[in-house]
Ligand binder design. Structure first.
Ligand code: ZN
Length: 240
């Protein structure tokens, strides 16, 4: 009897491990995708910054051309002052010069503003590039780890399955049937340890008489609360 219970415990452990491996197998590709998504977020942010910087540089060049034209215009208009004949013409030219000056000064202000923006965008881009470099190191390491695990997971699963069926072969068919039914009903958890009269499957107390029987196993005992196969497991050592 002791041997049969021992095998049922072993079967449960193998079952739980298989479940764990299958969960990993399902989760790993998603984890990998999430890592790649994050990497792309960093890359997109950099592309956006680069695009903004290109636009700003283009605007800056345009404004510089405008300013050069404005300066040329100012020079020409000033030289016109020497050629005017009437007072009226003179005043009109002065007004024109004023207007050109105002326009040029507005462009100069714009250029200062744009240069400031360029500087900030460049700094921002540098920060993002350094963040990306940091993340890429993490990404490479994690992605490689996932890849390694994924590459070996089928053979790990296969080994575990073989072990599982080997244990099954040694178990009494009636017990095995019970095990399978309970496993199905109890979400994969069919065999639970009991310590100090508490069933770990449902965390409820079992009767003292049953607890005594459990310590000298002569038959298969089910928890009266959760119906799991239960066994006595001393925790004396681990509790110090
Ligand atoms: Zn229970």
């Amino acid at each position: 009897m002791k041997e049969q219970i021992f095998l049922l415990i072993k079967l449960q452990k193998a079952d739980s491990e298989i479940e764990g491996i299958n969960t990993r197998k399902r989760d790993l590709p998603e984890e990998k995708e999430a890592l790649a998504d994050k990497l792309k977020t960093f890359e997109d942010a950099i592309e956006e910054s680069k695009g903004k910087l290109d636009d700003l540089n283009k605007t800056h060049r345009e404004r510089e051309t405008h300013l050069n034209n404005g300066t040329e215009n100012l020079k020409k208009t000033r030289s016109k002052l020497l050629e005017v004949k009437t007072n009226k013409e003179y005043e009109a030219t002065l007004k024109e010069i004023d207007s050109i000056n105002m326009k040029n000064s507005r462009i100069e202000d714009e250029i200062i503003y744009i240069l400031d923006d360029i500087e900030n965008t460049r700094k921002n881009l540098e920060t993002k590039e350094s963040e990306l470099a940091d993340y890429r190191t993490i990404y490479d390491r994690k992605a490689e780890k996932i890849e390694t695990e994924l590459n070996s997971i089928d053979s790990v699963l296969d080994k575990m399955m073989k072990k599982y069926y080997k244990v099954r072969e040694k178990i009494n068919p009636a017990f095995l049937k019970k095990y399978d039914i309970i496993k199905e009903r109890r979400n994969g958890y069919a065999v639970a340890p009991v310590w100090k009269e508490v069933c770990e499957g449902c965390h409820m107390n079992i009767p003292p008489q049953m607890y005594n029987e459990l310590q000298k196993p002569e038959k298969l005992i089910l928890c009266p609360n959760c119906n799991r196969i239960i066994y006595w497991e001393s925790r004396e050592i681990s509790e110090g």
